[in-house]
Ligand binder design. Structure first.
Ligand code: GTP
Ligand code: SPV
Ligand code: MN
Length: 596
């Protein structure tokens, strides 16, 4: 099935000459091919078959222990000019990038197979979709790409003889961190990733194409590529309103996208529909509203913490056709993870493949986790019980509200509403969050993560903020912008808010505000729910918890203004004066606020 696309063929030949695989195999996307690839992966040990009675057509995989999360320090934007990558990205010149990665790629596929995977982000043939072709020597990656994207002959058909595609070269090489580079060449529509087999580093359609490269294109073409979930809330009249939400990695997007209403809200007739859990592409429609589509076809979700209580939809989604990575594997072919379902298996192996049993302690007496904190599942979106009937609509779904959020023990209230689009952009630009295990680095450390895009914006973030500001005037009916924080804690370090399904209470208020309803109190940072603004029926919160959740403390916000300023300063004169005007506006409102 070699295509009749001379440029594509020439590029595959050139990359094969560089990497020197033993053979080149084109992925057609068929069922029989899937079985062939699985058989090969089982034979090589890359996959382990799970108990077929319990998990039909599902597999287990371990990544290299030094390769379990995105490596942001090895991720680069390779533009001609350093300023175009901006101060928040690592930068290398394209020449240096191709040279350094080329040295690692050279001959790295000797004795291996190079798979050629034509894939589409978005439904095949939609004018809003983007096509990529990924070359990889990893069967695990090839099988994951079949779940996470739409692959094969139908993509080549839609590419025709001269269609544009993103050139994605991936190789495991030695899986050596010292020879690992994740490089983006937006000016060449090219991605080169070498030395890692982990999700976001290796499934190039996801963060590399759909965020870093797509954000670059989106700015030029007048749309958005964002790290956002998309969820529909249907009320008892049958009306469905859609919300996009951007939270940093491992801060609750999958969970919010699949939430189950608490009983008291279910009784009011709400239903929740999942459109996407990680990435949204947003465009202005002919009606002047913002429309969102999910470019992915599957979920690459965090396993630990996922259970039948916290996220039953996710548990139902992973019951078949799923690849589990770096969780606990029992001797009888079952998977388990911390805060998952049921008791831990007695005879099992941990994510590194070492014998493991529940209650195990290390030499310091600390419990040994069986699953890696960033262990994940890959499953088809179509298997999710709450999947929206519109999830594959080529034009997407209309968005009523955009929600930003982060993981913050203090400061940020449960929810607040921005005053207008420009203020909302500032609210997004000032997102900060405590670091999680989804990227290499110190867990818990607070870092600024504008729009949850710090690791994913493929160009200068100052220009990104300007793009966000300018999009406001292109919409006749722009969504309202909110900020949420599910992670505020009390003095004892306990979460104040139950989260998960109960987050619908917060979304309900936000959607009411979008319709000009919902009771609110004006504060210097924006509107927060009035004391009786949220429906808390059936929820037994400790006395005073709601006050703490909605508290806006002047001293804390004054300190926050300082750290925001230090962050914005790094962009120099490239930063829009509007951002500084918003910063000053907040400072003024805090100064004139009547102390509570
Ligand atoms: P990425 O896939 O890395 O982009 O992450 P994500 O934003 O989709 O995060 P996910 O929904 O997988 O949640 C990550 C972690 O946050 C899990 O351990 C969840 O249990 C936890 N979590 C999600 N929602 C909530 C919530 O509302 N409250 C609390 N306390 N924890 C939550
Ligand atoms: C994230 O880290 O935000 C993820 C997982 O969604 S990865 O695909 O590895 O980036
Ligand atoms: Mn993500």
């Amino acid at each position: 099935m070699i295509p009749n696309h001379p440029k594509l063929k020439a590029w595959v030949d050139e990359m094969a000459r560089l990497c020197q695989p033993e053979q080149v195999v084109w992925i057609d996307g068929s069922r029989s091919e899937k079985e062939r690839l699985e058989a090969r992966a089982l034979a090589s040990g890359e996959l382990i078959k799970l108990n077929p009675q319990l998990y039909p057509d599902s597999f287990y995989h371990r990544t290299d222990p030094n390769d379990v999360a995105r490596t942001e320090h090895l991720t680069y934007i390779c533009t001609q000019k350093k300023e175009d990558a901006g101060p928040t990205n690592n930068w290398m010149s394209p020449e240096e990038g191709y040279r350094r990665a080329g040295e690692i790629f050279r001959g790295s596929m000797k004795g291996r197979t190079m798979y050629v995977i034509p894939f589409s982000m978005g439904v095949v043939g939609s004018p809003f979709s983007k096509i990529g072709v990924q070359l990889t020597d990893s069967l695990y990656v090839a099988l994951n790409m079949r779940i996470m994207t739409r692959v094969g002959s139908r993509v080549l058909d839609s590419l025709g003889q001269d269609g544009e595609f993103t050139k994605c070269l991936h190789g495991k090489a030695d899986l050596d961190v010292n020879k690992r580079l994740i490089l983006h060449f937006p000016q060449d529509n090219t991605i080169w990733s070498v030395g890692s087999g982990y999700g976001g580093n290796a499934l190039l359609g996801k963060k590399c194409l759909s965020l870093r490269i797509a954000s670059w294109l989106a700015r030029q073409e007048g749309w958005f590529a964002e790290h956002m979930l998309i969820v529909g809330i249907e009320d008892k009249s049958g009306r469905t309103e859609y919300v996009c939400a951007a939270f940093p990695s491992a801060c609750g997007k999958t969970n919010l996208a699949m939430l189950i209403p608490p009983d008291s809200l279910k009784a009011k007739g709400y239903k929740v529909w999942t459109v996407g859990d990680d990435i949204a592409w947003l465009r202005v429609g002919k009606d002047g509203r913002l429309w969102a589509m999910n470019p992915e076809a599957g979920f690459f979700g965090v396993a630990p913490g996922t259970n039948s209580k916290s996220n039953p939809n996710a548990m139902a989604t992973v019951r078949k056709n799923t690849i589990f990575t770096n969780v606990v594997l029992s001797e009888d072919g079952r998977v388990w993870w911390e805060e998952g379902d049921g008791p831990a298996p007695e005879k099992a192996f941990d994510w590194r493949g070492r014998p493991w049993r529940p209650g195990m302690k290390d030499e310091k007496g600390q419990p040994v986790a069986g699953a890696h904190p960033n262990s994940r599942f890959t499953a088809p979106a179509s298997q999710c019980p709450s999947i929206s009937q519109h999830w594959e609509d080529p034009q997407g779904v209309p968005i009523s509200a955009i929600i930003f959020g982060g993981r913050r023990e203090r400061l940020a209230p449960l929810i607040y509403e921005s005053f207008d689009w420009k203020h909302g952009v500032y609210v997004g630009a000032t997102v900060a969050s405590e670091r999680t295990a989804a990227q290499v680095g110190k867990v818990g450390e607070l870092r600024r993560d504008p729009m949850a895009m710090l690791p994913f914006c493929g160009y200068n973030m100052a220009d990104y903020f300007s793009h966000w500001l300018s999009m406001g005037s292109r919409m006749a009916k722009a969504p309202k912008i909110f900020h949420v924080n599910w992670f505020r804690k009390d003095e004892k370090g306990k979460f104040l808010w139950p989260g998960f399904g109960d987050n619908l209470r917060v979304l309900e208020w936000a959607l009411a505000r979008c319709r000009g309803e919902g009771k609110a109190r004006k504060t210097p940072i924006g509107y927060v729910p009035a004391a009786d603004g949220l429906d808390l029926s059936g929820l037994a919160l400790p006395a005073g918890a709601m006050d703490k959740l909605l508290d806006v403390r002047r001293e804390e916000w004054e300190a926050e203004l300082e750290t925001q300023a230090r962050f914005f300063e790094i962009f120099g004169s490239r930063l829009s004066p509007e951002i500084w005007a918003q910063h000053q506006g907040l400072k003024d409102r805090l100064n004139t606020a009547v102390p509570a």
